[in-house]
Ligand binder design. Structure first.
Ligand SMILES: Cc1cc2nc3c(=O)[nH]c(=O)nc-3n(C[C@H](O)[C@H](O)[C@H](O)COP(=O)(O)OP(=O)(O)OC[C@H]3O[C@@H](n4cnc5c(N)ncnc54)[C@H](O)[C@@H]3O)c2cc1C
Length: 388
């Protein structure tokens, strides 16, 4: 793998970096430090700039009208796009457009018309409902929501927890057990409309993530027509798994972006803050924190780009993606923590983005599969996988 950026990649990275620094960061100076959305006018203005740059709908495959950007370049862009206050969970406030739920690209034509295309146009929003109160690390065993056939329809009963964005979504993907005897081979993926009778959504307490709520879902005799089954009956778990592995690369890139920016801030501060008659930068305790930050950043970056490179070449990348996710989320947390320490009291204030990153990056060790689960995935791959 060539670690040098190509001329084209360099140009793209530079364009995105300038966009973040010139367009996003100045707006944040006047926004609530916990804000998760831009006002509509700025959102539309910036989205049209992104369209002119040719980057709109980054994760939409070219055959659906998205830009033709390879996974390594996409990862480099994601590292840049996260480098602002809200960047970890809402990179550039969504002005690069989203692909929505990746599973819908595998939907049938009718489902694409009803869900995928309106989502790509920004008219509909979906949620991803996998985790249940019985546990999220091992959903294949933990899922207790049942779907029972009644006539042509399926009737769902059960619930989900920690589901992001379901309070604002108008549909979602829900995994339910259709055959109790078959374990992971007995789970089916359903597309649920938020206005279907028997679907209930409730916001639960705020998480460490600023103004965004996690939600709890309840299904009471929720009747779903067969045309809303995504993929095949009993084969839904592969759909969930595929998404999780792919998602780990941009997830890692977001952690790296925040760490890069925190380190940049720490270096600038150490070079201008004087204590005991000299700059912080002259103190070995501070120098070593800066060096440890750099080691964490470079390790995360290389592992993540290596995973992206394998994915790009169509090679298996599950181990690499798990390693990147584990390292980038844990290392990113350490970098933000050390950078706060270097900033002293200022690091604790909401005037700087560090405190928001400090809270939000903690979730990264749990979301998209906790660190322990990443280790489990790698252990299975390394040892041959005949254990749980
Ligand atoms: C802010 C937020 C947003 C989320 N959004 C979504 C969403 O949109 N959709 C969705 O489906 N889910 C979502 N989740 C859920 C998330 O994916 C789960 O919280 C996560 O998978 C862990 O599941 P759990 O909380 O049930 O922990 P558990 O599975 O109960 O695990 C508890 C702890 O034990 C560890 N552990 C588990 N098994 C082992 C083992 N074999 N060996 C060692 N340690 C182990 C885990 O790593 C974890 O640290 C979200 C969570 C949060 C916090």
């Amino acid at each position: 793998m060539d670690l040098e950026l190509s001329d084209e990649q360099g140009l793209i990275v530079d364009t995105v970096r300038k966009f973040v620094r010139n367009e996003i960061v100045p707006l944040e100076a006047d926004m609530d430090p916990d804000a998760s959305d831009l006002d509509e006018e700025n959102h539309e203005r910036l989205a049209s700039q992104v369209k002119q740059m040719g980057f709109y709908g980054l994760d939409i495959p070219p055959e659906y009208g998205g830009p033709d950007i390879d996974i390594v370049t996409r990862t480099l862009m994601a590292i840049e796009m996260a480098q602002h206050r809200a960047g970890l969970y809402n990179a550039c406030y969504g002005v690069f457009g989203g692909a929505g739920l990746a599973q819908l690209f595998e939907a049938n034509e009718d489902q694409k018309q009803r869900y995928l295309f309106p989502t790509l146009r920004g008219e509909r929003h979906g949620f991803f409902g996998l985790t249940e109160p019985s546990g999220g690390s091992d959903p294949a065993r933990a899922i207790q929501t049942t779907a029972v056939k009644d006539g042509d329809d399926w009737v769902l009963n059960g619930g989900k927890i920690f589901i992001s964005g379901a309070d604002r979504a108008d549909y979602g993907i829900v995994f339910a057990r259709t055959d109790a005897a078959k374990g992971r081979g007995g789970i089916t993926c359903f597309i649920i409309d938020a206005d279907m009778p028997g679907f209930h959504v409730r916001r639960i307490v705020h998480t460490l993530r600023s103004t965004s709520y996690a939600t709890e879902l309840q299904f009471d005799n929720l009747r779903v027509p067969p045309k809303n089954i995504l993929g095949e009956v009993d084969k839904g778990f592969a759909i969930a798994n595929d998404r999780l592995s792919r998602q780990r690369i941009p997830y890692s890139a977001g952690c790296i972006g925040v760490a890069v920016k925190a380190q940049e801030m720490a270096i600038a501060y150490a070079n201008q803050r004087t204590t005991f008659g000299d700059l912080l930068a002259t103190r070995q305790a501070i120098q070593w924190m800066i060096v440890d930050n750099e080691i964490d950043i470079r390790t995360s970056r290389w592992l993540t780009l290596a995973a992206a490179d394998k994915a790009n070449k169509g090679q298996p990348y599950r181990t690499e993606a798990a390693m990147a996710k584990l390292v980038a989320s844990e290392a990113g947390g350490r970098v933000v923590d050390r950078s706060m320490q270097i900033h002293g009291g200022y690091g604790m204030t909401k005037d700087l983005p560090l405190e928001r990153w400090y809270r939000e990056i903690r979730i990264r060790r749990i979301g998209e599969g906790p660190s322990e689960v990443q280790r489990l995935i790698m252990a299975r791959d390394l040892l041959g996988g005949s254990f749980h």
